[in-house]
Design a protein around this ligand. Sequence first.
Ligand code: ADE
Length: 329
Amino acid sequence: MQASQAAAAPVQTPTSTHSSKETYRHTKRTAKDYIFGKLIGDGCYSTVFLAKDIHTGKEYAIKVCEKSHIVRNQKVQYIKREKDALNMLFNVPHGFVKLYCTFQDEERLYFVLSYAKNGELLHYINKVGSFELNVAKFYVAELLLALEKMHAKGIIHRDLKPENILLDENMHLQIADFGTVKILEPEKIKSPTPTVPEDQDSAVRSRKISFVGTAQYVSPDLLQNRVDTRASDLWALGCIIYQMISGLPPFRASNDFLTFQKIQKMDYEFPEGFPAEAKDLVEKLLVLDHTKRLGSSDTGDTYESIRRHPFFEGIDWENIWEQTPPKIS
Ligand code: ADE
């Protein structure tokens, strides 16, 4: 990998047509085709750099994983699934970071992703303290539309949180970080019933509660029953709505163990002034029994029962991605 260096002159004006994106996907690349810039993300198993394609001048977010680290920590399946999920979502026009190509060298794996210029949703929640209702409504609606697309393809994210929700150059939302996804078998996609995982990969398989995801957003079903359903993402959606409006996630404690206890006891409260429609929606999503969570019985490709909730009154579901997002202030 090259360190940061002076930008080479672009040789071609980048375009964003569907076909140019497709062509890019099938062009063989190596690390030498990019100038690696600043660090824009850091996880347990990867580091994300802003990088510029030396041929087109276009910016990408390149996720770099050390192969030895992946193998040592038995994360090979996770990397494969992340790539599979991103490939399955490539042609969904909105709501997700795109994987343009992957390559490897002796030591590392590289994922060339679209660069979401405006960074993490978390940054904006923390910056303004809490979102105004119209802002929260808009971003929750975009998040729900993205979840619908993802779940319709049988992809459960399992680590939805404001750090993994990015904003593109037009301030539209993109879900990122598919490192912990579960991909359902096709016959299980429409099933509203729980999918008990049969392999040993998943969330809370070990007795000492090792889990994928992040403590504050993990669902009680993942903690207790060890089942993977779309409804665990709906639980996280409830936590994120709460956080957008109040500034903090609902279940907070000084360590993960205490956070899990609060989740299992539903030990949270709404701050004064929390809007009634938002409160009602959160209460219908933060339900211990995942089969009773709003949306969990919907069998179509859209979450009609959630869309119809009064919180979303006024949302134009058909045109939201073309709208100018309300200003976050
Ligand atoms: N951080 C992690 N992935 C990113 C992406 N695709 N764009 C911007 N920042 C990121």
